[in-house]
Ligand binder design. Sequence first.
Ligand code: NAD
Length: 412
Amino acid sequence: MNPYEMACYQLERAAEIAGVKEDVVEYLKVPDRAVEVKVPVRMDDGSINVFTGYRVQHCGVRGPYKGGIRYHPNVTMDEVKALAMWMTWKCAVVNIPYGGGKGGVRVDVKMLSRSEIERLTRRFTAMLTPFIGPERDIPAPDMYTDEQIMAWMMDTYSVYQGYSVPGIVTGKPVSLGGSLGRTSATGRGVAIITRESAKSIGMDIKDADIAIQGFGNVGYWTAKTLFEMGANIVAVSDSRGGVYSEEGMNPDELLEFKRRTGSVVGFTDNIISNEDLLTMKVDILIPAAIENVINASNMSKINARMVVEAANGPIVPKAEEYLNKKCELVVPDILANAGGVVVSYFEWVQDLERYFWDLDRVNAELEKILVKAFERMINVKKEYGNILWRDATMVLALNSVVEALKMRGIFP
Ligand code: NAD
């Protein structure tokens, strides 16, 4: 299924549960605006290369559009449309005043020099300038885009306006108006939602054995925060493989080892494969690497009481259906990894006010918003007759978007 068809299918399923009318569903399937732009770049050798860029603004009834920009050779309009729709739901789940947006350039950045990437970023930003803005649409980093790229976007947009506009993007360096706690936000959020989810099935996070696939930004911060909550991190992995320790591992020591050697493999003598990690007996399994890792080939071997989707789409729909029967709980990505966009929202608020928060405030406000979202999702689950968590999360999001749409009405 292409990603846009999948997003439409998920919308239809949630709409059926929530009793949303067909004409509203059709309205929500189509993005408010989808632009395709030409991005010509003068290469280092003097030649011109023309790339294609996209920005999709899915549904702006709850506020300005918000979502990342990815640089990847497989970026398509349908992919960006799906990702923008998912951002609408994610923002609504955590009740932050945004609609979904997403963008990208079809490019293999590994083939470009840093200065070529800078020129590509600046031209792409110039082409998007009529459509974006701190009150309109606020991009952020995604695959193969980082805080330096956000700094170039912010600078280019600001040059056009004639003054500094820090609120045009989030995920900027702190020196340009980025927020403290942004880097850790997604993993910290995963840990908070994991703790609340465990509590709901009578599991104390302090007694929990946890396996985490992927030890990048999200995996490390998830492990570190859960470790600080008292959990036992028994297994971690990266693209080269994984390690196991029955008595648990300290994520900071793991990170130090990975920095020194390039991988977590070898941190303990007990070396495992990624497949071993996914299928081992643990209380909580957290896939935090890439999509589709739990699928028809390994779903029957999953041996965890609870699976938390820290990555985007790590469980294919068929496997999720199976795990919903086998495990006590499957926590969906749009709830589990929403911490990143919440702190992006904090960054934007700080930029608009030109008043910056300390880390304790960022973390405390993140905790408050996520716990509230969790409680709202549980209430929806009960209200609709004990539906699955993913359905409850989608219904929560859909209801809040539909309510805003109803109040605003259709113009003219
Ligand atoms: P990252 O690049 O920092 O880390 C990815 C990790 O996964 C690395 O440790 C890598 O070695 C490992 N990995 C890659 N391929 C693997 C494989 N085949 N098997 C096992 N491990 C593999 O990326 P990240 O920012 O931590 O993002 C991880 C996931 O979380 C992605 O799905 C991303 O879309 C999602 N996500 C990230 C954020 C964020 O703020 N960074 C927000 C929401 C969702």
